[in-house]
Design a binder for this molecule. Structure first.
Ligand code: AP5
Ligand code: MG
Length: 210
């Protein structure tokens, strides 16, 4: 059983590594960012509400996100473990997981200096089909703007601008960074260096969780 949380600032590589780990371990990646973007694309009321916060780089209210995650974790594919990516992001969200009786095995904090983060985020290309992430310089697709995995067109996330990134980083520092000590106090926290090739970071992640 592996119940993991990927913690780290915007652009640290949480999604990139969670996808790789999900494929190798056979457990789902549960990304609140992806779920909120899917809700927006589907045009639901919740998606429309969330978009206002997301495009400004602010956090979506806890009660919205907690509800989505609690629902998702009751799905059958999460019974053998899961990788939470981008959740929890506030102490009340972490408390809500605890209160719901969700036991975690390990929380990995991916560390990357902020001057590298902005470059990663502003160079990111995301797949509209399968959700894979690329980078114009560091992880370019074989054919420009086309996903290597599923052939769908790549797009630039609306919040991947330098300006919105500044707000996202500020939200992270104020609301999410305190979770490192929250989980360290519970003996669950592992720190990894998120700088290096995708394979190098993956090797550190695998070591940290084993
Ligand atoms: P979310 O989608 O979670 O965005 P985020 O936390 O800002 O994180 P990112 O997805 O930007 O970064 P990542 O760490 O996944 O990095 P990635 O692997 O893509 O959330 C978006 C918004 O939704 C939030 O702002 C908020 O409004 C809302 N939201 C979501 N969850 C919420 C919650 N729980 N509560 C409240 N609101 C919530 O990599 C980034 C780039 O770097 C890519 O281009 C990638 O190719 C590249 N890269 C990856 N690894 C490396 C490497 N080792 N070397 C070089 N480049 C690399
Ligand atoms: Mg992500």
């Amino acid at each position: 059983m592996s119940r993991l949380v990927m913690l780290g600032p915007p652009g640290a590589g949480k999604g990139t590594q969670a996808k790789r780990l999900s494929a190798s371990m056979g457990i789902p990646q549960v990304s609140t960012g992806d779920m909120l973007r899917a809700a927006k694309k589907a045009g639901t009321e919740m998606g429309k509400r969330a978009e206002k916060y997301m495009s400004a780089g602010e956090l979506v209210p806890d009660e919205v996100v907690v509800g989505i995650v609690k629902d998702r974790l009751t799905d059958a594919d999460c019974a053998g473990g899961f990788i939470l990516d981008g959740f929890p992001r506030t102490v009340p969200q972490a408390q809500a997981l605890d209160d719901a009786g969700v036991k975690l095995d390990v929380v990995v904090n991916v560390n990357v200096a902020s001057e590298l983060l902005v470059e990663r985020v502003t160079g990111r290309l995301s797949c509209g089909g399968c959700g894979a992430m690329y980078h114009k310089r560091y992880n370019a697709p074989a054919v420009a703007d086309v996903c290597d995995s599923c052939g769908s067109e790549l797009y630039v996330r609306r919040d991947d601008t330098e300006e919105v990134f500044g707000s996202r980083l500020a939200a992270y520092e104020k609301m999410t960074a305190p979770l490192a000590s929250f989980y360290a106090d519970k003996g669950l926290l592992k720190e990894i260096d998120g700088v290096g090739s995708l394979d190098e970071v993956q090797a550190r992640l695998v070591k940290a969780i084993s």
